[in-house]
Design a protein around this ligand. Structure first.
Ligand SMILES: Nc1nc2c(ncn2[C@@H]2O[C@H](COP(=O)(O)OP(=O)(O)O)[C@@H](O)[C@H]2O)c(=O)[nH]1
Ligand SMILES: [Mg+2]
Length: 313
């Protein structure tokens, strides 16, 4: 009974939540707190959103954010969902924890991505326009990074090294150490995975079994975990709002923006170099043909001259 009261208390706090309110610092710069989920594709990000939505709204499970059984990335758009006064965003899943995904992740955490289409605009002009339009976000939004990892996947020797930069970078950009959500935990002992994440520096790790189409029935344990998690998110966000009010967010924004532009320019230069090499090859071929024609012409000339001489004799 006490727990139900406490769950309803958290639901009420969530519905009334305004950035900064848990520290009595409302009216400050931040107008929006967004929990940004990230992690490998198929690890349960969309399902986690659906789980949070039905728990916060205290209703039956529904597939609001699309979730599929698949190997490839399915979430191609970044959509916001409201959890009371918080927002939660479903990002495109990472595929292989490759460096190019690392750059994309950094852009998302640095307020550089619009919602909707995930693809980075092509062309420098569009990129600059996007940056100009996004600058206001770094003054009005706090991002709480949430790393989602399925406990059914082995945390092999390589995994911590692969994941570590994604955790550290999200922390550096947002100022908040990512909260870890372990999914698929029903039949799995998560002690080892938790330990590995702790070694990477995580202090908040939650293990849950998402509500899904196959497992839609809500239970008190999962509901409580989700609400406790969201309670922690409100507190972490307000702590960051408090700290960041004295910081100049422009510098972080521009540093990240410049890093993105540099990467884009480097890519474009690579493309141009490849094209130049291709054209040079074609020119060489043309030069070869020209030399053959010249030599054939010279031979013909010689033959004509010798014929002429022969005739004159
Ligand atoms: N058993 C179980 N299945 C899950 C859990 N979370 C997600 N799934 C399933 O895993 C698949 C991929 O989940 P999805 O939420 O689309 O992953 P995303 O790519 O990270 O958004 C779907 O078939 C889900 O139903 C969980 O905690 N337990
Ligand atoms: Mg998804």
């Amino acid at each position: 009974m006490a727990r139900i009261d406490s769950n309803n208390e958290i639901r009420k706090r969530l519905s009334e939540y305004k950035p900064g309110c848990t520290r009595n610092i409302q009216g400050y710069w931040c107008r929006r707190v967004c929990l940004q989920l990230y992690g490998l594709s198929g690890h349960g990000k969309s399902s986690f959103i659906n789980t949070c939505l039905c728990v916060v709204e205290d209703k039956e499970h529904e597939m609001v954010a699309f979730s599929f059984e698949t190997e490839g990335p399915i979430t191609l758009t970044r959509d916001d969902y409201k959890l009371g006064g918080l927002y939660i965003t479903d990002n495109r899943g990472l595929n292989k924890l490759h460096p190019e995904e690392y750059l994309e992740m950094a852009a998302q955490f640095a307020h550089l991505r619009c919602h909707g289409d995930v693809e980075w605009e092509n062309g420098l002009e569009n990129t600059f326009e996007t940056l100009r339009n996004r600058i206001d976000r770094c003054h009005t939004e706090i991002i709480v990074p949430v790393f989602v990892y399925s406990a059914k996947y082995d945390f092999t020797k390589r995994r911590p090294d692969e994941i570590s930069p994604f955790i550290r970078e999200a922390c550096r950009i947002t100022g908040i150490f990512p909260l870890i959500v372990l999914t698929h935990c029903k039949k799995i002992n998560t002690d080892m995975v938790c330990e590995q994440f702790r070694e990477l520096g995580a202090s908040y790790i939650m293990s849950i079994e998402n509500y899904t189409a196959k497992n839609p029935r809500r239970n008190a344990e999962t509901d409580t975990k989700i609400l406790d998690f969201l309670d922690v998110c409100m507190k972490k966000a307000d702590q960051a709002i408090d700290i960041k009010q004295h910081e100049n967010n422009n510098i972080e924004f521009f540093n990240e923006a410049m890093r993105q532009v540099k990467a884009l320019v480097k890519d474009k230069l690579k493309e141009k170099d490849a094209k130049i090499q291709e054209l040079q090859k074609e020119i060489k071929i043309d030069e070869g043909v020209y030399l053959i024609i010249q030599s054939e012409r010279a031979k013909l000339k010689e033959e004509i001259n010798s014929l002429k001489n022969h005739k004159e004799k």
